[in-house]
Design a binder for this molecule. Structure first.
Ligand code: PMP
Length: 438
C-alpha cells in the first residue's frame, strides 16, 4: 500500500511542503503518514485528488459543507458578491440578514455577534459569560473540543489533567475545571467550587459525537446551570444546522444561555457566530457600555462577517431552513451505519457502529460489538485504535476512494445519495480487512 501511495503526486507535493511548512501542514490533524492526499477540487459529495482520482467525501469540510461542495446557490451568491467587493471592514446590509436568519433558526440566539472561526466563537462566548457572571472559572468536559485557544485546551484530550500543548502558562490551570459526562459529578464540582460560572459542552458528545452523550445529561446540565447560577454554553459548531435547522437545542427543546457556531452557519466559508440571551449579549454592545464609561467585553476581528462570507452564509441558511439537507444527509448516514455494522458482524470484528443525525463512527475495541454505547468514554475512544492502526484504516479507505473525517467516522451532506452507500461499504470492508491483515 505504501508503495502505491509513495509514488503519487501527493508524495512529491509533500516533499515540497515539508520544506516550506512545519510537518508540511497547516493543521495538526491533516498530517497523515506516509503523506497526506492532496486534493485539487470538490463538487457535491465528491473530491478529486491532484492525480484526478475520485473520492466520496465524508469529511465534508470538517462538517462545514452541509449542502455538499459548491452548492449552486452558494456559488451564485459568492460570485455576485465578488463583483461588489469582497471585504470592506465596515458594517453592511448582508450581515443583518445573516444575523436575522440565525435568530430565526437558533432558539437561544436572541442576539448574534459574528466571528471568523469556531475557535473565536468559543473564546468570545466564554469571555462574555465570565463578564456576565463575574466568576472566573469554566467547567468543561473530558475530550470535548472547542477549538485551540488557551482557554479550552485543558481537558481536550486524555490524560485530561495534562496540557495537550506546549506553550501554555500553568497559571491558566486555575481558569478551568474538567468534568466527566456525569451529572452527579458535575453537581459535586459546582457545589465545591463557587468560582465556576460558565459551563461549555459539545452537545454531540466529545469529538463531534464519537463519544456519545445522553439527552438526559444535557437536560441535567440546564437544571444545574440554573441551580448554581452558571451561564450554559452549547457548542453547536458541528451540531448547529446539522442535527436540525435549529441545531440540537431545537431538536431537544433545551435552550442554553449562549450558543457557539461556525462551519455551516457561514455557508462553509471561514466564519463563526455567537448567539445568546439579549441580557448577556448586551455586554457586547459598545453603545450601552460606553455611555456608562465602562468598557464592554472587548471584541474585534478584521474579518468578522465579511461580505463574501455573509453572502455564502445567507444563501446556505436559506437552504438549511427548509429541513431538506438534514433529511437527506440523515437518511444516507443511517444506511451507512446499518451497512457497516452488518459488515462488521459478518467479518466477526469487534467493533460498534453508531452516530446521531448525519454522522457515523466505528468504535474498534474488544467486546465492542456486543457492548453498549455507555462503555465508550473519551479515554477509551482514544485508545481504541492506536496511531498506526488509524493510519492503516484511513489510508485503506482513501486508497479505495473514500475520505472520512477524523478518527474512524464521517458525516454526510445534502449531496450524498443512496447510490453512494454500496461503494462506501465496499471500501469500508477493504479498510477493515487491511486492519485485520496488519
Ligand atoms: N467547537 C467544535 C465543537 C468544533 O468541532 C470545532 C472545530 N472542529 C471548533 C469548536 C473550532 O472551530 P474552528 O476550527 O472553526 O476554529
Amino acid at each position: 500500500m505504501n508503495g502505491e501511495l509513495a509514488s503519487s503526486g501527493s508524495a512529491q507535493l509533500w516533499e515540497r511542503a515539508l520544506k516550506a511548512m512545519p510537518g508540511g501542514v497547516s493543521h495538526d490533524g491533516r498530517f497523515l503518514p506516509p503523506h497526506p492526499t492532496y486534493f485539487a477540487r470538490a463538487k457535491g459529495a465528491r473530491k478529486w485528488d491532484v492525480e484526478g482520482r475520485e473520492y466520496i467525501d465524508y469529511a465534508v469540510g470538517s462538517g462545514a459543507m452541509m449542502l455538499g461542495h459548491s452548492h449552486p446557490d452558494v456559488v451564485k451568491a459568492v460570485q455576485a458578491q465578488m463583483e461588489l467587493g469582497t471585504f470592506f471592514a465596515t458594517v453592511h446590509p448582508l450581515e443583518i440578514e445573516w444575523a436575522e436568519l440565525v435568530q430565526e433558526l437558533i432558539p437561544s440566539a436572541e442576539r448574534v455577534r459574528f466571528t471568523a472561526s469556531g475557535t473565536e466563537s468559543t473564546l468570545l462566548a466564554i469571555r462574555t459569560a465570565r463578564a456576565y457572571t463575574g466568576k472566573p472559572k469554566l467547567l468543561r468536559f473530558e475530550g470535548h473540543f472547542h477549538g485551540w485557544h488557551d482557554g479550552v485546551l485543558l481537558g481536550m484530550k486524555a490524560p485530561f489533567d495534562e496540557w495537550p500543548s506546549l506553550g501554555i502558562p500553568d497559571e491558566l490551570r486555575s481558569t478551568a475545571a474538567v468534568a466527566p459526562q456525569d451529572a452527579n459529578r458535575v453537581e459535586e464540582m459546582l457545589k465545591a467550587d463557587p468560582a465556576i460560572g460558565t459551563i461549555i459542552c459539545e452537545v454531540s458528545g466529545a469529538n463531534w459525537g464519537s463519544v456519545p452523550i445522553s439527552d438526559d445529561f444535557l437536560r441535567d446540565l440546564r437544571k444545574l446551570a440554573d441551580r448554581y447560577g452558571c451561564v450554559l454554553i452549547f457548542d453547536e459548531v458541528i451540531t448547529g444546522f446539522r442535527w436540525s435547522p435549529g441545531g440540537k437545542q431545537k431538536l431537544l427543546g433545551i435552550t442554553p444561555d449562549m450558543t457557539t457556531m461556525a462551519k455551516i452557519v457561514a455557508g462553509g466559508m471561514p466564519g463563526g457566530a455567537v448567539g445568546g440571551k439579549a441580557e448577556i449579549m448586551r455586554l457586547l454592545d459598545p453603545n450601552v457600555e460606553y455611555k456608562r464609561y465602562k468598557p464592554a467585553v472587548a471584541h474585534k476581528g478584521t474579518y468578522n462577517a465579511s461580505p463574501i462570507v455573509s453572502a455564502a452564509a445567507v444563501a446556505a441558511l436559506k437552504v438549511i431552513r427548509t429541513g431538506e439537507p438534514q433529511r437527506q444527509a440523515d437518511s444516507v448516514a443511517k444506511q451507512l451505519r446499518a451497512g457497516m455494522q452488518q459488515m462488521i458482524d459478518e467479518l466477526g470484528v469487534d467493533a460498534l457502529v453508531y452516530g446521531e443525525s448525519s454522522t457515523f463512527t466505528v468504535y474498534f475495541a474488544k467486546g465492542a460489538r456486543r457492548g453498549s454505547l455507555a462503555s465508550i468514554s473519551p479515554a477509551a475512544i482514544r485508545g481504541s485504535l492506536n496511531r498506526d492502526s488509524l493510519d492503516i484504516y484511513t489510508n485503506g479507505l482513501r486508497r479505495r476512494g473514500v475520505d472520512n473525517m477524523s478518527f474512524t467516522g464521517g458525516m454526510t451532506s445534502l449531496a450524498h445519495r443512496d447510490e453512494d452507500v454500496p461503494p462506501t461499504l465496499e471500501a469500508f470492508e477493504g479498510a477493515v480487512q487491511d486492519l485485520l491483515d496488519a
